[in-house]
Design a protein around this ligand. Structure first.
Ligand code: CAO
Length: 424
């Protein structure tokens, strides 16, 4: 026998609600009380359970549709085994941002100061947006809903989000927890265009969120006098001719960074996953942020300590072209030990780059400008290069970061200090 399931009375003063999720599809076998639909009204989200066991035949509503009491939701073929009907009662409404508090039950007093983890999970989860069955599921697994990023309509947390969260916890992977913003219709204030983010931007977004949330970061700033270095660079560029790769400041900065990385080894390191050990690397593979039309790519230039400025310029030209032509292979992106992000070709004074785990530091390079510098008796025009170092404070102290920057400054401001470096 086929029966229609109608929207029951949702309660006093609630005539309509929006379908926020259809939980079944035609052909699905459902047991009595299986949630089949999630509805959302101004103040609440609620589940509509199947009033009887059977097979879903047809669905008459869709996500986002406004439906009202008595409306036909779906048809169901009732199995002979269970023809007993039951009045549909929507599962208890959950007010958005609130959860019905259970009456506190008397508990055995074990220790005055003993923490109550279950209680903590419940309270912090209360503001999350999830259906009753998902809340129940999360509660059973001990998952804190407030830490889970909902991928359902309007950021609602789905069962799969809870499963993904638990899986990530078990494998030790950081969970990208983006605080959900309320959905806003921006077109009410003017013309808009909605564009899907491509894969590179989505992955960058996830990585940056995870890095921002898992790495306690600090940024140090410095300005370096590169007047002399710039004169040398121009001379080298001229001598090199226009047929070879352009020699910009970046290869010199990369060489100076490698020298600084060799000083205290902590900056060229990674923290072990258990956070108990520091893995110092004896190789110097520098990652370079490359701006492409598809988004940010960060290929690696290997063994920078063993290459001269011409070879690095050549490598830079090759990897940035590969990045912009979308030809980078996984190997081109793997194994970096320290990153440099240079916006010097574009402009601006200072920016704070985000550390790229498992690396522990990143250098931001801004545009060099002629500025007056006091030499003790007079102001003299100098070319000053703004540098920023963002670092993982679990590994690098402020003093170590300041020493690293001082060393870098000494290298770049006086080319003699780079004399033992393989520049030429
Ligand atoms: N100060 C002054 N001038 C600079 C400079 C600096 N710090 N850095 C570069 N320049 C000059 C170069 O000398 C070059 O000048 P000419 O055209 O007169 O020869 C010009 O700016 C353009 O340089 P470039 O950007 O092509 O070359 P580069 O070696 O400096 O950088 C690359 C290469 C791939 C890093 C760069 O092209 C790039 O993509 N940068 C963006 C990185 C990025 O997006 N970072 C942000 C990440 S965080 O969101």
């Amino acid at each position: 026998m086929i029966k229609n399931i109608l929207l029951p009375n949702l309660g006093e003063g609630v005539e309509t609600a929006e379908v926020s999720e259809v939980l079944v599809k035609p052909g699905d076998q459902v047991a009595e009380d299986t949630p089949i639909l999630v509805l959302e009204s101004e103040k609440a989200t609620m589940e509509i359970p199947a009033e009887m066991a059977g097979t879903i035949k047809e669905i008459f509503v869709e996500n986002g549709e406004q439906i009202s009491t008595g409306q036909k939701l779906m048809s169901i073929e009732i199995s002979d085994a269970d023809k007993s009907e039951k009045k549909i009662v929507p599962k208890p409404e959950i007010e958005k941002g609130k959860e019905k508090k259970e009456e506190p039950k008397p508990v055995e007093k074990k220790s005055e100061a003993a923490p109550k983890p279950a209680q903590t999970v419940k309270e912090s989860s209360a503001a999350a947006f999830a259906s009753p069955s998902v809340r129940r599921f999360a509660r059973e697994l001990g998952a804190d809903l407030s830490l889970i990023n909902g991928t359902g309509t309007k950021g609602r947390i789905l069962k799969e989000d809870v499963q993904g969260f638990i899986k990530a916890q078990l494998t030790g992977r950081p969970v990208a927890n983006v605080a959900q913003q309320p959905e806003i219709d921006f077109s009410q204030w003017g013309e808009i265009e909605t564009v899907s983010l491509n894969k590179i931007r989505r992955i960058t977004g996830e990585r940056m969120t995870a890095a921002w949330q898992t790495v306690p970061q600090v940024t140090n700033f410095d300005k370096v006098d590169i007047t002399e270095l710039e004169t040398m660079r121009r001379t080298m560029q001229k001598a090199n001719g226009s047929d070879s790769a352009k020699i910009t400041l970046l290869p010199f900065i990369m060489k100076a960074c490698v020298n600084a990385l060799k000083e205290p080894p902590d900056v060229n390191s990674s923290l072990s996953t258990n956070g108990q050990e520091l893995i110092n690397k004896k190789y110097y593979h520098i990652r370079i942020a490359v701006d492409t039309s598809e988004g940010l790519m960060v290929p690696v230039i290997r063994d920078v300590d063993k290459k001269n400025v011409f070879e690095i310029s050549q490598d830079l030209a090759v990897v940035s072209k590969k990045a912009r032509d979308k030809k980078l292979m996984p190997d081109d992106l793997a194994g970096g030990t320290f990153t440099i992000s240079s916006l010097g070709g574009i402009g601006g004074t200072y920016f704070t780059p985000i550390v790229n785990p498992p690396e522990v530091a990143i250098l931001g390079v801004s545009r060099a400008k002629m500025e007056p510098l006091h030499d003790g008796s007079d102001f003299v025009p100098k070319l000053l290069l703004p540098l920023t170092l963002s670092y993982d404070h679990r590994v690098i102290d402020g003093a170590l970061a300041a020493r690293f920057m001082k060393f870098l400054n000494e290298q770049l401001s006086d080319v003699k200090n780079m004399s033992d470096t393989k520049i030429f």
